[in-house]
Design a protein around this ligand. Structure first.
Ligand code: SAH
Length: 373
């Protein structure tokens, strides 16, 4: 367990999961297949099975000669994740899955189907086993960092969700993943390379990737400023969420320890630059913690800091704190939440309260933890 405020940027464990089709771009896939002594077009067939049909069972690859199916599947599509358990709530429209990785590391993903006027299916994925950012209100932050996940381990969570949806396992009929948020375990920008590769695999059109709309993908970060700048330059077209949680450095140093490296002002400047470069409106995440960060003056200060950087580039997503085991903190009172929101709105900043979906199965924001599971 990390000491309070201690950051872990480099994971202790360096074990690498087996290489997988989803780690490779189209050319590298062809080359890998050629190295096995097969025709390069077999790689395209495998891509079609995996990315377009979500199949990795060699028996279903009837266009590949039976004699080579097993070898190709075993080398290019090794099993990376095994479901340990599923927990469901909201009448079966929310499902949290605990995954065991090849080395025993555990991670979770949460699938959420929304109906109504904006129907969508959002998958919240993990990008690291554990997290090194040590935010004291976040359950994952308290368990420390085990290791980075590979791009394919991240993608496997999405492919598994597609299979659940196609198989009618999620209430509401068959469906597809429309949104992916990197809001599960881990700090995505601390595992930069794998996350960017995974984003490309998600958003590349089928069959080279999963064909999920770029705007449907959100990368959420504590504010690793150099990595935000780098991400802006990748031209991925994805959304950025910045987990701010306090507008003043004194409090943010405590709530988001990485603030001791990159201050509120620097994180907001990077977020603004991300908007300028990509045209994507940035979200500011703000967990409302009772009598800690939920004062109206902090809402007002946040609105002021955002407006100093322009209008129309940002919206704020407050979320009532989801309680985590052993934490002394709890969610804000409704009247304090309302006053915080009003202070932002008075400054003309768009605000949407985020829901705490999945909190009854410890599947809501900040509740993912696999210690003692
Ligand atoms: N490391 C990334 C992504 C993971 S968490 C990040 O920090 O952005 C996704 C969001 O949930 C973040 O905004 C995070 O600050 C927030 N969160 C963490 N713990 C929470 C809690 N107990 N209640 C509500 N939100 C929480």
């Amino acid at each position: 367990m990390p000491r309070p405020g201690e950051l872990t940027l480099v994971p202790a464990r360096r074990g690498k999961p087996p290489r997988h089709l989803a780690d490779l771009d189209v050319d590298a896939r062809r080359q890998a297949v050629a190295e096995l002594g097969e025709q390069p077009f077999r790689a395209d067939q495998l891509s079609r099975h995996y990315f377009a049909r979500h199949v990795n069972d060699p028996a279903q690859m009837t266009d590949v000669p039976a004699a080579v199916r097993d070898t190709l599947a075993a080398t290019m599509l090794p099993t990376l994740t095994t479901a340990v358990k599923h927990l469901e709530t909201d009448g079966g429209t929310t499902r949290k899955t605990l995954w065991r990785l090849f080395d025993g590391a555990l991670v979770e993903s949460v699938l959420m189907r929304y109906t109504g006027d904006r129907p969508r299916v959002t998958l919240c994925v993990s990008s690291q086993a554990g997290c090194g950012m040590n935010c004291p209100f976040c359950a994952t932050g308290q368990q420390g960092l085990t290791r980075n996940m590979s791009a394919a381990e991240i993608i496997e969570q999405v492919v598994a969700a597609e299979r659940m949806l196609a198989g009618g396992e999620i209430a509401g009929g068959t469906g597809r993943v429309t949104n992916v948020v990197f809001m599960g375990m881990g700090e995505p920008l601390a595992n930069y390379k794998a996350v960017v590769t995974a984003v490309r695999r998600m958003t590349d059109p089928a069959p080279s990737g999963l064909g999920i709309g770029r705007r449907g993908v959100t990368v959420s970060t504590v504010g690793l400023v150099p990595a935000i700048d780098k991400l802006a330059a990748e031209n991925l077209g994805v959304r950025l969420a910045l987990s701010l949680h306090a507008p003043d450095d004194e409090l943010r140093d405590e709530l988001v320890p990485v603030n001791t490296r990159w201050k509120v002002g620097e994180a907001l400047d990077a977020a603004r630059a991300y908007f300028e470069k990509t045209g994507r409106r940035v979200s500011i995440e703000y967990a409302l913690i009772r009598e800690i960060n939920d004062h109206a003056w902090r809402g007002d200060l946040l609105g002021k800091l955002l407006n100093e950087r322009g209008r129309g580039w940002v919206h704020v997503n407050p979320i009532p704190l989801n309680p985590t085991p052993g934490s002394k903190w709890t969610a804000s009172r409704p009247e304090d939440e309302a006053a915080f929101v009003a202070a932002l709105e008075e400054r003309g900043v768009p605000v949407t309260i985020r829901d705490t979906r999945g909190s009854d199965i410890d599947g809501a924001c900040g509740q993912l933890a696999t210690v003692g599971d």
